[in-house]
Design a protein around this ligand. Sequence first.
Ligand code: SAH
Length: 272
Amino acid sequence: MTDDIAPPAKPKSHGRLTISASLQPRDLMAPQRVKGAWCARIVTLFPEAFPGTLGLSLTGKALDMGLWALETIDLRPFGIGKHRNVDDTPAGGGAGMVLRADVVAAALAQAQRGAPVDRARWPIVFLSPRGTPFTQARAQSWAAADGLTLLCGRFEGVDQRVIDAYGIEEVSLGDFVMTGGEIAAQAMIDATVRLIPGVLGNHASTEEESFADGLLEHPQFTRPPVWEGREIPPVLLSGNHGEIARWRRAQAEALTAERRPDLWAAWQARKR
Ligand code: SAH
């Protein structure tokens, strides 16, 4: 009796919701979200980590305004038995624990309810150090989708069979190993959400920043004009917009060549 499987957990939503009248009990309904708003669904053992920093500043305000939505799907209630076990020891031996395929699949099935089946419109992603490195281009393609589902790993990761069965794409935050996918999910959602029209207020700023055209951004300055004997480059105070644009461009090129030979080579190749 105690070894039964938990009923599907109700996803926890952040931000504004559209509530519609329904005869169905809330728990059986697909996750709520603002109609048409971009939506991130996160499958995690630690839903309390969300919205985290995404609830602050511009992303937080946009979340409150319903410009995007965030839904967490807690992995724990899908766990097995009295203790709701979600993990087990690695087949073949070795250190640590692996998230079970059956448990993750049940949570993913819940996450996909009501989501478009077309992966271009709704990618399903496993945060993983083995994945393709996350880039600005990736953030742009995600921002153009209806939403996405992010699966946060813990311990040694997730049973490979569920990744294969769902055709889940693996994406990495960088070449380092964290204890879980939650911080990576927040970083990627932040980068994506700020590209959604209206979130930043000043949309032009996303067109000029680092990576937008393949170069790192020029240095920035603000008042006071002299700080501890250091001046703002005079050209920036000249009022000559053509000169300023040329100076910024030259700085961006020099910085990129010096710091990121990989980006610089790609940029030069594209120009040819
Ligand atoms: N044993 C795995 C690492 C597991 S780390 C390996 O060697 O590849 C535990 C979880 O943290 C991972 O399943 C993943 O979801 C998350 N994680 C750790 N580092 C990450 C990174 N660089 N990018 C994205 N997710 C990461």
